[in-house]
Write a protein that binds this ligand. Structure first.
Ligand code: SF4
Length: 162
């Protein structure tokens, strides 16, 4: 049975930078949970960040460029946290492989978990299309990634794998 790597803050613990979680109200999610498919994982906690923590954004770059060792992730106080974000992404890939995950459903907008958009690096609330560092590395490693508001598409993909 295919397992699904899911962001640890989705219907989970209040572990986002601002000590919140993200609720997902969906029969699809409930079914996946009852089938034992969900593997909850937070790359930022795995990398050693505390809760709460300063907001972080990919600055003037993209997740791919960060993973190439060129781009940067910074906190709003200017601290460079790139290495920890890359560590978290690698740990997520390790966990997904160890658990036999066939896809991932991740919290959109996060500099780690975003799958369709992230914040634009100015810390002014603007967004840009693109992925977070973990989502990008999971995709680069061949795992399909979906945001939490595309569960029907994700479920169709899962059924297509069966
Ligand atoms: S890194 Fe991902 S799993 Fe962790 S709190 Fe942020 S969005 Fe949620």
């Amino acid at each position: 049975m295919g397992k699904i790597l899911v962001s640890g803050c989705l219907n989970g613990r209040p572990i986002r930078f601002n000590s919140t979680n993200v609720s997902v109200e969906s029969e699809i999610w409930d079914r996946w949970e009852s089938e034992g498919r969900l593997v909850a994982f937070c790359p930022e906690l795995a990398a050693g960040f505390p809760v709460p923590r300063p907001p972080a954004e990919i600055v003037g770059s993209t997740a791919s460029v960060v993973l190439q060792g060129v781009g940067r992730v910074e906190e709003d106080n200017g601290t460079d946290v790139t290495d920890m974000f890359v560590d978290g992404a690698n740990l997520a890939v390790e966990r997904a492989k160890a658990e036999g995950c066939v896809m991932a459903v991740l919290t959109d907008g996060s500099p780690s978990c975003g799958t369709t958009y992230t914040y634009d690096g100015t810390f002014r609330g603007g967004t840009v299309e693109g992925m977070g560092v973990t989502a990008q590395l999971l995709q680069d490693q061949g795992l399909r990634v979906f945001p939490e508001d595309q569960l029907e598409e994700a479920d169709r993909y899962l059924r297509g794998l069966a």
